[in-house]
Ligand binder design. Structure first.
Ligand code: URA
Length: 269
């Protein structure tokens, strides 16, 4: 099959798959023209059929995201941006009220070229003291999850929506999120991961521009500016509701499938 014909066919198959036009696939086995060396294929389910034509496993579909323009339009693309530059731009930040009670700015940690980024809500007490995200009890559970996926903390990147601890660990306010999230957006644009995992409501709602709750959002693939994004329960929620660990593990298995990871051995979270 000619390269252009193949590309055209692939595009049509993707498109019809998006539209769930299964009859197209059922007919395809018999539609091979004379001179076409592609062997006839038996009837298949649509996703498998596309995977077969493409010669690779089909990735799960993503849901488009319509993000409130105000948040992302405010973030200018910074030419040649880097994590160091973003950290410098944050400086000794006093842009919002959170600076008054913080000890340390918690910027983010991990592999600057990570394929996988975890985004939390904001630092807690231990993070505020150490200046490192997810080092308290919720953080230790996140580390266990990362290791159960066959990775190390150093393989991934971990950061938060707000970089300063909200007093008494309260949920960050809308204006605090609006002030700080441009730095998160720049971090994500710089790292360019394959997958973003949002931990909890604040991260998911901020990046997806929605008010829907995490129990509605979790476990589904979204398209965040061309990057696959999935939301799951926050590990702090898991500490209070250990029964939800199974659902988080299901979500992480989806992430592992997309990243081509196999866990070393099944560990209990
Ligand atoms: N919870 C978060 O959302 N982030 C942290 O860094 C720690 C706890």
């Amino acid at each position: 099959m000619k390269v252009e014909t193949r590309a055209c066919l692939e595009a049509w198959l993707r498109y019809s798959d998006d539209l769930r036009l299964t009859p197209l696939y059922r007919d395809r086995a018999t539609s091979a023209r004379g001179g076409d060396e592609t062997p006839p294929m038996p009837p298949q389910k649509p996703v498998a059929a596309v995977a077969n034509v493409l010669g690779k496993a089909a990735l799960p579909p993503v849901l488009p995201v319509v993000v409130a323009p105000s948040l992302f339009d405010a973030v200018e693309r910074v030419e040649g941006d880097s994590l160091e530059r973003i950290r410098e731009d944050i400086g000794d930040c006093t842009r919002c009220r959170l600076h008054r009670s913080r000890s340390k700015i918690v910027f983010g940690v991990g592999n600057p070229k990570a394929e996988l980024v975890f985004v939390g809500e904001g630092p807690g007490h231990d993070e505020d003291v150490q200046g490192i995200p997810f080092v308290g009890r919720a953080g230790q559970l996140l580390t266990q999850i990362i290791e159960a996926m066959g990775l190390k903390r150093d393989d991934v990147y971990i950061c938060n929506v707000v970089k300063c601890r909200p007093p008494e660990n309260r949920t960050p306010e809308k204006d605090e999120i609006a002030t700080c999230s441009p730095f998160l957006i720049r971090q994500l644009a710089t790292i360019q991961p394959k997958v973003i995992v949002c931990l909890g409501n604040v991260a998911a709602q901020t990046l997806l521009g929605t008010h829907k709750g995490i129990s509605h959002l979790r476990g589904q693939w979204f398209d965040y500016r061309g990057t696959r994004l999935i939301a799951t329960y926050h590990t702090a929620y898991l500490l209070r509701n250990p029964n939800a660990k199974g659902e988080v593990w299901k979500d992480m298995q989806k992430v592992m499938a997309v990243l081509g990871l196999t866990p070393p051995t099944r560990k209990r979270l």
